[in-house]
Design a binder for this molecule. Structure first.
Ligand SMILES: CC(C)(COP(=O)(O)OP(=O)(O)OC[C@H]1O[C@@H](n2cnc3c(N)ncnc32)[C@H](O)[C@@H]1OP(=O)(O)O)[C@@H](O)C(=O)NCCC(=O)NCCS
Length: 207
């Protein structure tokens, strides 16, 4: 199991850009985000929340909120993308991902606040998740979405995912992609840190 010390979490942060070039900080969620995260989900439109959780909820139920705030436990992780708005660090997107080590796959779900949809944030966040997945040793990444979610289906298609039927639920479609991250790009902090720790474990490999 991956272990993350709270004081170390910040080193896994990345700066992404919206399509207009505005910076976004992508970082693991922290306990101090509890209120802001719940506020983020409450503020999503009913439709966006339904698309994210495949059911009608007005906020994260207590158990799910607790799960969202755990980073690394059972190889599950939550990241938030934040922006400074009127000097407040505001969550504009979130993603939750889980490593299934037995199949070398990473499962994920994500959302972008309605106000910020259409700015290329999900495109950039999915690319970042791909890098985080590679750093965890995953070979494929996949997500599930409602068959009616044209936005997510179009986004997944443009991001190079292929579609398969969901194994258990006909209302859902699964999108899956083989992970290809060019090591020369070192496109996220997790990748860099994983490479450094591999180097520390077997320094002779580079001699
Ligand atoms: C799906 C979602 C994550 C997309 O986020 P986003 O940041 O708006 O996406 P992007 O701006 O990166 O858009 C990427 C592509 O998605 C598609 N897209 C975006 N908005 C769209 C819309 N309103 N209608 C149809 N397609 C759309 C387009 O193909 C777009 O590419 P383009 O801008 O080159 O045309 C966002 O709409 C969302 O949070 N929805 C609610 C939660 C959800 O559906 N999650 C997915 C299931 S886990």
């Amino acid at each position: 199991m991956s272990t993350f010390r709270l004081e170390d979490l910040k080193q896994y942060s990345d700066v992404l850009r919206t399509r207009q070039g505005e910076p976004l900080n992508v970082r693991f969620v922290e306990p101090r985000d509890t209120e802001e995260l719940q506020h983020y989900f409450r503020s999503l439109s009913t439709r966006s929340r339904y698309s994210r959780f495949f059911g009608a909820i007005s906020e994260l139920p207590k158990g799910l909120l607790h799960d969202f705030l755990q980073v690394g436990e059972r190889e599950r992780f939550t990241v938030v993308a934040t922006k400074m708005v009127d000097s407040f660090e505001t969550i504009v997107a979130e993603a939750r991902y889980a490593l299934h080590a037995e199949t070398s796959t990473l499962e994920f779900g994500l959302s972008v606040s309605d106000r910020w949809q259409g700015h290329g944030i999900a495109t950039a966040l999915m690319k970042n998740l791909e890098c985080r997945a590679a750093a965890l040793g995953a070979e494929h990444m996949f997500g599930d979405t409602l068959r009616s979610n044209e936005t997510m289906i179009s986004l997944a298609r443009k991001s190079g995912f292929a579609f398969v039927n969901h194994p258990d639920d006909w209302k859902l479609v699964r999108f899956d992609k083989e992970i290809t991250v060019a090591s020369k790009d070192i496109p996220c902090a997790s990748w860099r840190l994983a490479a450094l720790s591999r180097q520390a474990e077997s320094p002779s490999a580079l001699a």
